[in-house]
Design a protein. Structure first.
Length: 432
């Protein structure tokens, strides 16, 4: 049961929730149980839809709704919609057979688990409308919806979701109109203020501005610079669904109530929280991912392009550091040709060429494996040597996120601390 409301904002009013805290759609790192727990605690749970097939999305939403205390409580769905065609980077993905032993694609860490007895299978690029990128003007040309965007949107509408989130790019106009006609609020992620204009032209209801401290695909503009700039950029614009002002949700390093209070003071009306929720009892992240967050220091994560061709913040490891230091020129040359650096190593490994000068993945297998010998592994690819190089997405705040607790405890702590800091700020106003 949600704790009593202490902070009321336009976001809490729009979704009829107790607290202005939204769960970031982190796919397997979050999952439907965590999304339900966040909604049950008075926030807004969101499931991430990277790589979802229609059946998988139905299953994820069904599991979420089954776990809701109030079956009519709000939730959201987040889909990754990158740019395709036009100025999009011609990204090449290795098509490794699913029958190949030890095979996994980097996208397997961004998507929900496949059904039992089914190996993770790389996907070939599909053609979809042109979208802009999250943190720059050139995004990869990989269609995470596999041409099923319209069907996925229909499922979102039928499910009764209250929020649709578009990450990396913007949806086609007809999708936005269809969602809003059904009363679903449309929120778009941005990592740069220049992307706000395109979202406003489409009739966005909410902008989620993610600063460079955030985990996963992110830009490099600090949260404290980006949020006020986006708040200023949306002034005077109205939400087609609510009829009120377009709202801003802050993201990027938000991990406690002090930062919730700060975000509200910068003009946001809610926060989008990812990394902090990885360390919760309900999160579906494997133990190795939770441990990576819990043990991270201030210098332990990095933005790298080796996994997707676009800047993505992850936990550092020897494999990534080798690319960033010893193979940087090679990395830049590959990306310039539209080739994913990590996929080159994967192709060599799967092709039996792992013993070469730059064997990449194979070079670090023994060392990484020995470090994890005594670690519990929840993942069904635990015996896969490539598993040692799974990119653990996390924000800079992982350095100060060390304690696992229930989602409700996290939310209550956020709210109580935010109220404390807001009241403390009020005490600084001089009496006239």
């Amino acid at each position: 049961m949600a704790s009593p409301q202490q902070i009321r904002t336009p976001i809490t009013e729009l979704f009829k929730i107790q607290h202005p805290i939204l769960l970031a759609g982190m796919n397997v790192a979050a999952g439907p149980k965590l999304a339900a727990a966040v909604t049950n605690a008075g926030g807004l749970g969101v499931i991430g839809g990277v790589g979802y097939t229609p059946d998988m999305l139905r299953e994820q939403i069904s599991e979420l709704k089954e776990s809701l205390t109030d079956k009519k409580a709000p939730f959201g769905v987040d889909l990754l919609l990158p740019q395709v065609g036009g100025n999009a980077r011609k990204t090449k993905y290795v098509n490794v057979s699913s029958s190949t032993p030890g095979c996994f694609h980097v996208l397997s860490v961004l998507r929900p688990a496949d059904p039992p007895n089914r190996r993770r299978t790389p996907r070939a690029a599909q053609s979809t409308p042109t979208y802009f990128g999250h943190d720059d003007d050139i995004a990869d040309n990989y269609d995470y919806t596999k041409g099923k965007l319209n069907e996925l949107v229909d499922i979102v509408i039928e499910s009764g979701a209250k929020l649709f989130v578009s990450a990396v790019g913007v949806p086609p106009r007809h999708v936005v109109e269809k969602l809003q006609k059904a009363g679903i609020l449309y929120m778009n992620m941005v990592g740069h203020v220049k992307h706000v204009k395109k979202c406003l032209e489409l009739g966005v209801d909410i902008i989620c501005a993610q600063g460079g401290e955030g985990g996963g695909h992110t830009g490099d503009i600090p949260t404290t610079v980006l949020i006020p700039a986006v708040v200023d950029a949306v002034k005077g614009h109205k939400s087609p669904v609510s009829g009120g002002p377009v709202q801003v949700v802050a993201a990027g390093g938000i991990h406690n109530g002090q930062l919730l209070a700060s975000a509200l003071m910068m003009g946001a009306s809610g926060v989008w929280v990812g990394t902090r929720f990885i360390l919760t009892d309900e999160a579906s992240a494997p133990k190795a991912h939770k441990d990576a967050v819990r043990t991270a220091g201030h210098d332990d994560n990095v933005r790298t392009i080796i996994f997707t061709g676009r800047p993505m913040r992850v936990r550092k490891n020897p494999y990534i550091e080798d690319w960033e230091t010893n193979r940087r020129q090679e990395m830049q040359e590959l990306v310039a040709k539209g080739t994913i650096p990590y996929e080159v190593d994967l192709e060599k490994y799967m092709g039996g060429e792992a013993g070469g000068e730059h064997s990449g993945v194979e070079s670090y297998s023994s060392g990484a494996a020995s470090a994890d010998d005594n670690a519990e592994n929840d993942d069904d690819d635990g015996d896969d040597p490539l598993e040692q190089f799974r990119p653990y997405l996390m924000g800079k705040c992982a350095a100060v996120v060390n304690e696992q607790k229930p989602a409700k405890a996290v939310i209550d702590e956020f709210v109580n601390d935010a109220v404390f800091w807001i009241k403390k700020g009020n005490q600084m106003i001089a009496k006239l």
